[in-house]
Design a protein around this ligand. Sequence first.
Ligand code: F0G
Length: 401
Amino acid sequence: MKLRCIGCGRTIVSDPSSTLLCPHCGDMLEWINERSTSAGALLPPPQEFTLWRYSSLLPDIGNGGIVSLSEGGTPLQYSDRLSELLGIEELFIKNEGRNPTGSFKDRGMSVALTAARSAGRESVVCASTGNTASSMAAYCAKAGMKAFVVVPKGKVAGAKLKQTALYGGTILEVDGNFDMALEMVRDLSWKGGPAIMNSINPMRIEGQKTGAFEVCDQLSSSPDWLIIPVGNGGNITAYWKGFLEFRALGAVSSLPRLVAVQAEGASPVVSSINSGQEEVTFEDAPETIATAIRIGKPANWRRAMAAVRESNGAAVKVTDMEIMAARKAVASREGTLVELASASTIAAAIRLREQGAIRRDETVVCVTTGNGLKDVDQSEEPGSISIRNSGDLESILLNGG
Ligand code: F0G
């Protein structure tokens, strides 16, 4: 290609990966555009793709204007190098970490806060393992409302708390786990006070079901499998509702099999499904490195279990070690850093493939619910090699170490 020196102005025909500086004067080079593109040939700017494109399938709530930060419209990433690892043809990541506050919670929060504000509410509250908290605080900032978040002390990823505080939320830490925090918040609902923004609020489910609509639109069909992490059970409830609605509309002709994934130390829904129980058995002391889904008493257990059963899906437990290895695999093979809770879906896909449950020619979507920057501190990567001078650098780059 043709390059021009910004110093002497000479034209050089070369490849910038080999000629970085002008061979005559040593100054930098810039690309000379010789392509003949007319203004008319430029594509029109793309319409913004947010979940509000599905507003005709959402409750009619925006009379006071919607509270939006451009949520939804996240990419469905074809993951060729992960597909190869699993030995399947089509694995996709629904990258929910690309939402405005870095998690899928923004879908539900945009709808739920819009509804709360339209109803004249000025303050809201939630119990959270961190993502609901940061999302709610951000939308409150935008809406001019007050946010109170109740979180388990010492068990929330630091970045989520920092986000929440910067958005202006009031953080209340309780010496207990998420289940205790949610119980405290729920008790309040009988007494009035701020509106509750947890997934027991049906508007949250409505917002989150748009994730399923998008997957169908992006694939032009339903996938064969959709693998999703389960904490409080709201998101799997929402996806199943979305798929059912899209099929009822005739937008898709089939339904996916839903896989509920939980961490081994916090797996009430998965254990109860796999032991054939009708009802869930709660766990009193949930524990996992994936703090986002460190939940023993999921409020939406009934609909979460129904989603797996009605879709002829599966329930899978994965260990913390598998979760960490899966996060590393997604990052190093796909350039996509996801939360530990989200990486559980890849670990489950690996398991199901090894067991032969997922066939080579089936389409699999893993919903990666949160951005890995949120809990990147909780990783064991050694990271860096120390160098002292250019001699060290040379020995690594030129002589292979
Ligand atoms: N993945 C992430 C990253 C989450 O933050 C959560 C839940 C889930 C998955 C599970 O979704 O609860 O709908 O089954 N986080 C909640 C919170 C509990 O407070 O941020 P679920």
